[in-house]
Design a protein around this ligand. Structure first.
Ligand SMILES: [Zn+2]
Length: 65
């Protein structure tokens, strides 16, 4: 189905994506699942856990495109 639209299905390992700052790449380490938001200690960007993870997955997929 992906091929029909000229797109590729890219498998991205979601490991660490909820820990890494999508702005500066800082890995802030493991966080309990109940932590929904956090602020990067390096660049002070405030992240929503899921949105930050999604951005990181996107970044990971980019080189394969
Ligand atoms: Zn950061």
């Amino acid at each position: 189905k992906c091929e029909r639209y000229g797109k590729k299905l890219i498998a991205v390992n979601p490991r660490n994506t909820s820990r890494i700052c999508s702005k500066c790449g800082f890995n802030s380490g493991a966080k309990p699942l109940e932590i929904r938001e956090w602020t990067c200690p390096i660049c002070q960007v405030h992240h929503d856990r899921d949105i930050n993870a999604a951005v990181n997955i996107l970044h990971k997929a980019m080189p394969a495109l």
